[in-house]
Design a protein around this ligand. Structure first.
Ligand code: CO
Length: 633
């Protein structure tokens, strides 16, 4: 009991993320009753979210493994009682690659004489300048990789300390590292390609001059923000929700509700990024093995940044710290990981009556709840937006550094873009999948597909202008594996068929898929096999606490077909019950020279918009306002 914090406090709400003391206590309780010995590591220590928010129990989900045997176990820990209440072996499961293992993989590679010799063949002898990134391996049928937990290193080399090493890819050299045993399994040397040595730096220390003429733009909120925060609960302009955070998903929104007159109406029970995958489209050497699942294989939450006031976030900011676990079971606090603030977002609505010349205009604003994760060379910003008119938006920003490769002599045309002398950025996609536990006006929801189509010409359509709105309820899981159809302007609405509004509609929210493009990956590719969620733009399942991860519970070196493709084979009913909508969307990244050496943010995401949820525009009561700080230039 010695390592359990005696000051373990009871959380104020059942959905509050684990505190640092609770993380440490959960590890200590598991160690006390199920000690795996010196090789014991902790993949995940996270709140076991209660089925009922009123539950007084406080439990943790723990995934722990032994690097000596590779065995992995899941535990449910009652923090209230100090005991393990469930202990489940998960044979064959491989834990995520932890941040603690990133530099370890590089050290293991650099300690191997075969790797050192392969670098020397390329004229690289100063190992301090060598940067080997820790990539997940996937499953490629090599006999010597079987049963191991692997990291493949992909290598770059600096010209000098602090220069951008991604400008200097060491093409054609990979160390396959057994991260559990701390050894190199194999060196894959695909042949020497000259290392491009021209520098391409982005950091301030290398910028020779600054442009002039940029006057400050300051966000002024003289009376403070319009939101209130109580622990992890937030209220803003009629909206209410709870903030959560997990090592694998990062930011979670719980119990999102909106006040409508005297009533508070539910919209989402829980929303999070559940998975993402980045497949690369080059068929040779190491490149087919680049299919990073940044949630399932790394954990997008554990990679969250500490944000900087006035740089990352402007205005009146509330920060939440995130608590994650290290692989030794200790807690790590990521300070200022989640940013909460308001933004002006232009005109909300406007009209001028041209007869009376009376003008009404209201400014819009949004609440932004966000975090940014660094995954090796890349940054992902996840910005949930709540708007005054009831709209919910997820805006994903992609920035950072493209995964550079060395230009080989085989010719790269059609596989990517030359972005520097000897440097190429290959075609790839970033495919995201969000898990949306819907709760529109109550627990029982149904998804309806809505198409807009032209009617055939005929006596009913003499001028060939007739359009019809076709509504198709999606009643079972297989019927609800759907794709967008641009020719039919397809979208989906999530409705509550147990309720009818004064106008005779079932209240709903529509999912507007901004970025629902799929990777064209073939069915037998790693992505086709291990990331089946990419094959449809939406999926609908009955909400289940056991079905959290669209590509399976353990994605690192996973077997094919897990998650959404397997669950939905049951073809369960998904109408008029608690349902989860899974939406896949993507950024197709044909690399531009302008993305290099550091990429200006690009966006993808989706909207959830009220559709007959209200009987009219719900923002008529937004008061007119004039900014006292605006002036004529
Ligand atoms: Co990209």
């Amino acid at each position: 009991m010695d390592s359990i914090d005696p000051g373990l406090k009871v959380a104020s709400h059942a959905l509050d993320p684990l505190s640092p003391a609770e993380v440490a206590a959960a590890a200590a309780i598991v160690r006390r009753t199920h000690d795996l010995g010196a090789g014991m590591r902790f993949e995940t220590i996270v709140l076991k979210e209660p089925e009922e928010a009123t539950s007084g129990d406080r439990s943790a989900f723990v995934s722990t493994y032994d690097i000596a045997t590779g065995n992995l176990f899941e535990a449910i820990v009652s923090l209230s009682d100090g005991i393990v209440t469930r202990w489940t072996p998960r044979p064959g499961a491989r834990p995520r690659i932890a941040p603690d293992e990133f530099l370890l993989a590089e050290q293991i590679a650099k300690a191997d004489p075969r790797f050192v010799a392969a670098l020397a063949k390329r004229g690289i002898t100063d190992l301090s300048l060598v940067c080997s990134d820790p990539w997940s391996c996937g499953v490629f049928g090599h006999a010597d990789e079987e049963g191991r937990r692997l990291i493949q290193t992909i290598t770059w080399v600096r010209n000098r300390p602090h220069d951008n090493h991604y400008a200097h890819p060491v093409e054609g050299l990979t160390a396959i590292v057994d991260i559990n045993r701390g050894e190199v399994v194999r060196i894959d040397d695909y042949g020497v390609v000259p290392v491009p040595r021209e520098e391409s730096n982005y950091s301030a220390r290398f910028q020779p001059t600054w442009r002039s003429g940029l006057k400050p733009i300051e966000v002024v909120q003289p009376e403070g923000p319009s939101f209130t925060v109580d622990g992890w609960a937030v209220e803003w302009c009629g909206w209410s929700f709870r903030v959560g955070f997990t090592p694998r998903e990062g930011l979670v929104l719980h119990d999102l509700k909106l006040r409508d007159g005297a009533t508070v109406r539910s919209i989402l029970k829980r929303a999070s990024l559940a998975e993402m995958v980045v497949p690369y489209g080059h068929p040779a050497d190491v490149h087919p093995r680049k299919n990073a699942f940044d949630c399932g294989e790394y954990g997008i939450g554990v990679l969250a940044n500490s944000l900087t006031l006035g740089c990352d976030c402007l205005g009146a900011i509330h920060y939440f710290d995130a608590v994650v676990n290290r692989i030794d079971g200790s807690a790590q606090v990521i300070e200022n990981a989640i940013c909460l603030h308001e933004e002006d977002c232009g005109v909300l609505w406007k009209h001028t009556d041209f007869r009376t010349e009376e003008t009404e205009v209201r400014r819009g604003r949004r609440l932004v709840i966000s975090f940014v994760a660094t995954v090796g060379n890349y940054e992902y910003g996840f910005y949930w937006h709540l708007y005054l008119d009831g709209t919910v938006e997820l805006d994903v920003r992609l920035t950072g550094i493209v995964n550079t490769a060395g230009l080989t002599q085989q010719g790269e045309t059609g596989r990517g873009t030359r972005i520097g002398p000897g440097v190429v950025g290959h075609i790839h996609q970033h495919v995201f999948n969000v898990r949306l536990d819907m709760e529109v006006d109550g627990p029982n929801n149904t998804v309806v597909e809505v198409d807009t189509v032209a009617d055939p010409p005929g006596p009913e359509n003499p001028w060939h202008n007739a359009l019809s709105i076709l509504e198709t309820p999606l009643l079972t899981e297989k019927a609800a594996r759907r794709r967008t159809d641009a020719a039919r302007m397809r979208w989906w609405k999530i409705v509550n068929r147990e309720r009818t509004t004064a106008l005779g509609h079932h209240p709903g929210y529509r999912l507007v898929p901004h970025s629902a493009l799929r990777t064209p990956a073939a069915p037998l590719s790693q992505v086709g096999q291990r990331a089946g969620f990419v094959t449809h733009d939406i999926w609908v399942t009955p909400t289940s606490a056991e079905e959290r991860w669209p590509a399976g519970d353990y994605v690192n070196q996973s077997a094919p077909g897990q998650g959404l493709p397997a669950w939905t084979e049951q073809d369960r009913p998904v109408a008029d019950r608690p349902i989860t909508v899974w939406h896949s969307f993507a950024h197709n990244h044909v690399v531009r020279p302008e993305d290099y050496p550091v990429q200006p943010s690009v966006h993808c995401g989706f909207l959830l918009q009220p559709f007959a949820f209200f009987d009219r525009n719900p923002t008529l009561d937004i008061p007119p306002a004039t900014s006292a700080h605006s002036c004529c230039a």
